[in-house]
Design a protein around this ligand. Structure first.
Ligand code: FES
Length: 288
């Protein structure tokens, strides 16, 4: 059961107009899922699109809408780095310092930006324009070192090019990513997109660039093809391989087959610690 979308008893500090708008958007998010609480992740982005971070009001709003406790919402919000626990800058500038980007110059890019902006990881410039972050691999290693501005790609960066982008952002000048959308939107606007409300820019710009397609080009030049897989080898590959002393998948005694032995064992439709967990007495055991 979900709480009423709007209520005079709301524990949030939102004014009535903001609360009504948020509740309308939340209803749309919840309608996408068989179980409304599955909408928590986009709903956290939704409150970030209003507050610029996951505020106390945002947590209470999500809890009320989804019939969760504030602690449950907080537990999710603190798990993922895309959810901010303090007011974020207009732009999140994330420098990939994962292995490949780091050796290709990502560490130097971050250090230069940090010194230039006067902030460290997860800190925001005094003018509120930029929150600087170290980020993990963006699956764009073919363009290393990569920088993201509100999750738009800036490829093949140098310390100088990164500083130039940051200065333009702070000056309010238009900045274009190297791939994808043709401009950079604000953190709040991007948060609304991540909540599942498209801004119509998904098809802007180039998708896969030259470096991403290079392997395909070389394969075609050399007429390389994936080896054909015969029906026989398919079946062979599908055969479970037994490890000595251990039951194979599907055999009695394997983890997939053994009967639930404790209340915390998971049954279909249930979860540990719930009344649904464990064998259904109506259906009996499959070994009966
Ligand atoms: S290591 Fe930076 S994008 Fe993969």
């Amino acid at each position: 059961m979900t709480a009423e979308p709007t209520s005079a008893r709301s524990a949030t500090g939102y004014d009535a107009e903001t609360l009504a708008t948020l509740a309308g958007d939340a209803a749309e998010i919840m309608s996408r899922y068989p179980d409304p609480r599955s909408g928590l992740l986009p709903m956290l982005h939704l409150v970030q699109s209003v507050d610029g971070y996951v505020s106390r009001d945002g947590i209470m709003f999500c809890a009320e809408q989804l019939d969760l406790t504030a602690a449950e919402v907080s537990a999710v919000a603190t798990f993922y780095t895309q959810y901010k626990r303090h007011p974020n800058g207009t732009y999140t500038v994330g420098v990939c310092t994962n292995t490949l980007c780091a050796v290709m110059g990502g560490d130097a890019v971050f250090d230069e930006l940090s010194e230039h902006l006067g902030v460290g990881h997860d800190e925001t410039t005094e003018d509120g324009a930029i929150t600087l972050e170290r980020v993990e691999c963006n699956a764009a290693c073919d363009y290393a070192p990569v920088m993201m501005v509100n999750w738009e790609f800036f490829d093949n960066q140098t310390p100088q090019s990164a500083v130039e982008v940051a200065d333009r952002l702070r000056a309010g000048e238009p900045v274009a990513p190297t791939r994808g959308a043709s401009s950079v939107c604000t953190f709040k606007q991007m948060s609304r997109v991540l909540a599942g409300f498209p801004d119509g820019r998904a098809d802007e710009g180039v998708g896969a660039g030259g470096p991403t397609l290079e392997g395909l080009r070389i394969a075609r030049e050399n007429d390389w093809k994936a080896p054909a897989v015969s029906q026989g080898s398919d079946q062979a590959a599908a055969e479970p391989v037994a490890t000595e002393g251990e039951p194979s998948a599907g055999e009695p005694g394997s983890s997939a087959e053994r009967e639930p032995a404790a209340p915390s064992d998971v049954a279909p439709g249930g979860k540990p610690g719930t009344p649904q967990a464990g064998p259904d007495p109506e259906k009996g055991s499959k070994h009966d």
